[in-house]
Design a binder for this molecule. Structure first.
Ligand code: FDA
Length: 427
């Protein structure tokens, strides 16, 4: 025996929360919508876990960062879902889905049927074991994807004060966690496989600025190498990490941020998969017409670049969720999803945003020396396609976002460099 809903969202993360808000705005009725999540709490703003959550004083805790605090909308607490007649099934994993027959089975053995399914299962952190390194289940080795990981890391931080941490990976998880560890008075060494931090996005000049700042805070960088094994004590706690370059680093705490994989296994063999995600069209609709995919798990057409992409960023999770709900509930009013890729991060007192595509030639602008407001443009085939800005105001971020979307012509790179941020105001 089981229940039936008109709409079911599998996964209860960022995208699910924003989809729920949009459903209520479009007028969902009591008992029509169900969200099933294996996490024990209502959807929350995941980026908080590597930022305010890890602070030593007055750390951010639920319910203050439930969705949709990021959009200055209401905070969707469990009470909100109840008041809006939305069934929130927490701490429950969806074990199988039959996308054709419109049914799924949960870990409690319940069968649930639906008219529309939205897949919002996000991604999981890649484990060291997947790269041949054993022992990452030790209590002082931490990953960071969900609230239980963040609780574990916060506890490990408390017991490592004045000790040594090794951060594996120089992406945004590594950079944000390293900053939080420093603020918690822990000595940090970052181990980067590439030549600099945020290697997929930052230019060497941008990376050098932030790395110099981190080094000024005592952070050491070891680059161009990877972790090969751990040393353990008799309690199976890690005491040191061994690197491929022969270095051995003492460690009271290890934080691993080496990438993610979308959670698509429920749908393999049932839906078309592309670039590691569930392929959707410009309505976020998968190869089965009643099944939609949003957030980290979706590979969608980026209209602006005429390409299929999968994005692992919170802005996309929020906007793709709204678009999918609109496409389901008001198909005739919903046009093609026209999304400008956007990504941001915050560490120490820094805050940056990136819009567009990071391909082509790069022009840097602004005051890299004083580190207040600076950035870079990416120019491809004579058009501005990407913009990075550190320290901008809300208005400046809006301006660069609008300008990047328009892909304005750039005829003179030197002129662009001289005009700097001012260029986007003239577009
Ligand atoms: P999300 O991962 O949020 O939710 C997926 C949910 O589905 C989870 O609750 C999961 O447990 C559940 N689930 C999976 N399989 C299931 C199953 N079979 N049954 C039931 N439930 C299931 N981005 C950015 O742009 N700027 C930033 O600063 C940051 N910072 C940041 C920090 C940290 C610590 C993380 C982990 C991530 C970020 N991000 C970010 C990325 C951003 O958080 C991410 O893109 C969104 O959370 C994606 O939202 P989704 O809803 O797609 O997945």
């Amino acid at each position: 025996m089981g229940r039936a809903f008109v709409y079911v969202i599998v996964g209860g993360g960022v995208a699910a929360g924003y989809a729920a808000l949009e459903f209520t705005r479009k007028g969902v009725s009591d008992g029509e919508l169900c969200i099933i999540s294996d996490e024990p709490v209502a959807p929350y703003e995941r980026p908080a876990l590597s930022k305010g959550f890890l602070l030593p004083e007055d750390p951010t805790r639920l319910p203050s960062f439930h969705t949709c605090v990021g959009a200055n909308d209401e905070i969707l607490t469990p009470k909100w879902y109840k008041e809006h007649g939305i069934e929130l099934v927490l701490g429950t994993r969806v074990k199988s889905v039959d996308a054709r027959r419109l049914t799924l089975v949960t870990s409690t053995g319940e069968t649930i049927t639906y008219n529309f399914l939205i897949i919002a299962t996000g991604a999981r952190a890649l484990k060291l074991e997947e790269f041949g390194v054993e022992g990452s289940d030790a209590e002082n080795v931490c990953y960071l994807r969900d609230l239980s990981d963040a609780d574990r890391l916060a506890t490990a931080i408390q017991s490592s004060s004045n000790g040594n941490a090794v951060v594996i990976g120089g992406g945004y998880i590594g950079m944000e966690c390293a900053a939080s560890l420093v603020i918690n008075k822990i000595n940090v060494t970052m181990v980067l496989a590439g030549a600099h931090c945020m290697a997929r996005l930052f230019t060497p000049k941008i990376a050098t600025f932030y790395e110099d700042y981190y080094m000024g805070k005592g952070v050491k960088f070891i680059k161009g190498t990877v972790l090969t094994s751990f040393e353990f004590d008799s309690d199976k706690k890690v005491t040191a990490v061994n690197l491929k370059d022969g270095n051995q680093l003492p460690a009271d705490l290890v934080v691993v941020g080496i990438g993610i994989r979308p959670n698509i296994s429920l749908f393999e063999g049932q839906l078309i998969i592309e670039k590691g995600g569930i392929k959707v069209n410009s309505q976020m609709q998968s190869s089965e017409s009643s099944v939609y995919a949003i957030g980290d798990v979706a590979t969608f057409p980026v209209k602006l670049y005429g390409e299929m992409r999968r994005l692992e960023h919170v802005d996309f999770a929020r906007k793709s969720a709204r678009h999918a709900v609109s496409a389901i509930m008001e198909p005739e009013k919903t046009g093609e999803f026209d999304y400008l890729p956007c990504f941001y991060s915050r560490f120490f007192a820094f805050s940056w945003q990136f819009y567009g595509d990071h391909v082509g030639e790069v022009v840097h602008f602004g005051e890299y020396e004083d580190g207040k407001v600076f950035g870079a443009y990416w120019v491809k085939e004579g058009h501005l396609v990407g913009c990075f800005l550190e320290g901008g105001t809300k208005e400046q971020y809006e301006t660069i976002s609008k300008a990047t979307q328009l892909k304005p012509a750039v005829t003179d790179m030197e002129e662009l460099e001289r005009e700097g941020l001012g260029f986007t105001q003239t577009v």
